[in-house]
Design a protein around this ligand. Structure first.
Ligand SMILES: [Zn+2]
Length: 382
C-alpha cells in the first residue's frame, strides 16, 4: 500500500499535513541531527547506568551502519524493525518470513548484533478522551486501532513465551501519539503522563516499554529525565533495562523451581532452585530462623534458598501453561494476586525490583532522504 494513503488513513489528513511539516523540521539531510538525538537518549540513561534499545529497518541500517555501530558501542541495543518500514499485518506469513530473513541477512552483513523484533502495543487510560477536541480525539483513536491495543493488567504487562520467543509488551501513548496526535508537547506534561503510566505499571509489577522516537528525543529529553527520576524514586527499585536484558532474564526465570516438602503439621521445608538474581517472595506465612524484608503490599522478600516456613497449607500453586486466552490468563493471575492463602513465589523481576522500565526508540528514518525513500521501498517490496 502507498505510504501516503496509509498515513492519511491511519493518521487523518490534518495529522498527515503536520507530520510532513515536522519531517522537515526534525530530520536533516545529514546524519548529524539523528546522531545528536540518539546520543541525547543514551546520555540521559547513562546517568542511571542504563542504556536504551533502538529498532531500525534493515534498509535504513544499510545506509547508516557506521552511525549504528557508533551507537551500539555506547551499549545501546539495536533490534530489527522489518526489512523495510511496512505493516507486517498486510503481508502473508510467507512474505513476513522472507522479509524477516532478508532483514537478518542485512544485519549480519553489516556486523550489527541483534536480538529482538518490535512487538505489540498496550493501552493506558491516562488520557481523558472526553476532554479532547474531536479532530484530535479521532487521531488518537485511530492510533489505538492501528496498534490493536490491549487493556493493561498484571498479566498483559508481563513478558510471555510464545514457543521459544519472549514477547515483551509495549505501552502507549508514545511520543508520537502525544506530540503529533494529541498535541501535548509541554515537556512537564509529557513527563507527567509517562510518570502516571510508570505508576500504573509499578502497581501491577509489570514492564513499562516506552517508545521514544529519536526524532523527538531532544524535545522529550526533559520529559524522559522526569520519568527516570520518578521511576528511581519509587519505594521499591525499578529495573532499568534493555529489552535483550529483559528477554534473557525471562528465560533465566523460567528455569526457577520451588521444592516444598512437608516436615510436620503446618511446617514446610522450602528449597528454591534459582539464580542469585531471583526475587523470592512470600505472603501469609512465617519463615523460621531467616531474616525477611518488607516488600510490596503484604509480600515479604526472602534471601535464602533454603528455609523452613509455617503455613496452614502447602504454599504453592501448580499451574498448567497451555494455550489459553489473554483474558482468562489475566483473570487467573488477578485471582492469585488476591488470594489470602499462604504463597511462596518468584517475583517477576531480578534483585528485588518491583517493576521494569525499558526506554526504546524506532529509528524509522535517519535523514529526510530516508523518510521519502520509504515510499519507494515499501511499494517495491509488496
Ligand atoms: Zn516504526
Amino acid at each position: 500500500m502507498n505510504l501516503i494513503s496509509f498515513s492519511i488513513r491511519t493518521k487523518g489528513i490534518h495529522n498527515f499535513a503536520r507530520r510532513l511539516w515536522t519531517v522537515f523540521t526534525r530530520f536533516g539531510i545529514t546524519e548529524s541531527r539523528t546522531r545528536r538525538a540518539l546520543l541525547s537518549t543514551i546520555e540521559t540513561l547513562c546517568q542511571y547506568d542504563a542504556a536504551p534499545t533502538f529498532f531500525i529497518p534493515a534498509v535504513v541500517l544499510r545506509r547508516h551502519h557506521k552511525l549504528l555501530a557508533e551507537i551500539s558501542r555506547c551499549d545501546a541495543e539495536i533490534g530489527i524493525h522489518g526489512y523495510v518500514h511496512n505493516d507486517y499485518r498486510s503481508l502473508s506469513e510467507a512474505k513476513q518470513f522472507k522479509q524477516t530473513e532478508q532483514a537478518i541477512s542485512l544485519f549480519r552483513s553489516t556486523n550489527t548484533p541483534y536480538q529482538g523484533f518490535r512487538n505489540p502495543y498496550l493501552i493506558h487510560d491516562v488520557i481523558d478522551l472526553d476532554l479532547l477536541a474531536p479532530v484530535i480525539r479521532s487521531g488518537y483513536e485511530k492510533s489505538l486501532a492501528l496498534f490493536q491495543a490491549l487493556t493493561c493488567n498484571a498479566y498483559t504487562l508481563r513478558p510471555h513465551f510464545e514457543g521459544p520467543l519472549v514477547r515483551i509488551p509495549t505501552s502507549i501513548p508514545d511520543d508520537e501519539m502525544l506530540f503529533d496526535r494529541l498535541r501535548i508537547t509541554e515537556p512537564e506534561e509529557v513527563g507527567d503522563i509517562w510518570s502516571k503510566v510508570m505508576q500504573r505499571v509499578y502497581d501491577f509489577g509489570g514492564v513499562y516499554t516506552l517508545n521514544l522516537h529519536p526524532e523527538r528525543a531532544v524535545p522529550c529529553k526533559q520529559a524522559l529525565t522526569k520519568l527516570l527520576y520518578y521511576a528511581d524514586n519509587r519505594p521499591l527499585p525499578v529495573w532499568l533495562a534493555r529489552l535483550q536484558d529483559i528477554a534473557q532474564w525471562w528465560k533465566e526465570r523460567s528455569r526457577f523451581r520451588l521444592v516444598i516438602t512437608p516436615l510436620a503439621f503446618e511446617r514446610w521445608q522450602v528449597h528454591a532452585i534459582c539464580s542469585p538474581r531471583a526475587t523470592l517472595l512470600a505472603r501469609n506465612l512465617t519463615v523460621e530462623n531467616q531474616p525477611v524484608n518488607a516488600w510490596h503490599g503484604n509480600n515479604k522478600r526472602l534471601h535464602a534458598c533454603d528455609c523452613i516456613v509455617n503455613a496452614t497449607l502447602c504454599p504453592c500453586i501448580g499451574l498448567s501453561t497451555r494455550e489459553e486466552q489473554v483474558q482468562k490468563r489475566s483473570l487467573l493471575l488477578q485471582k492469585i494476586e488476591q488470594l489470602d492463602a499462604p504463597l511462596l513465589y518468584f517475583g517477576c523481576w531480578p534483585d528485588g525490583n518491583r517493576a521494569a522500565l525499558a526506554i526504546t526508540g524506532d529509528i524509522d528514518s535517519v535523514t529526510i532522504q530516508d523518510f521519502f525513500l520509504r515510499i519507494f521501498e515499501v511499494s517495491q517490496i509488496t
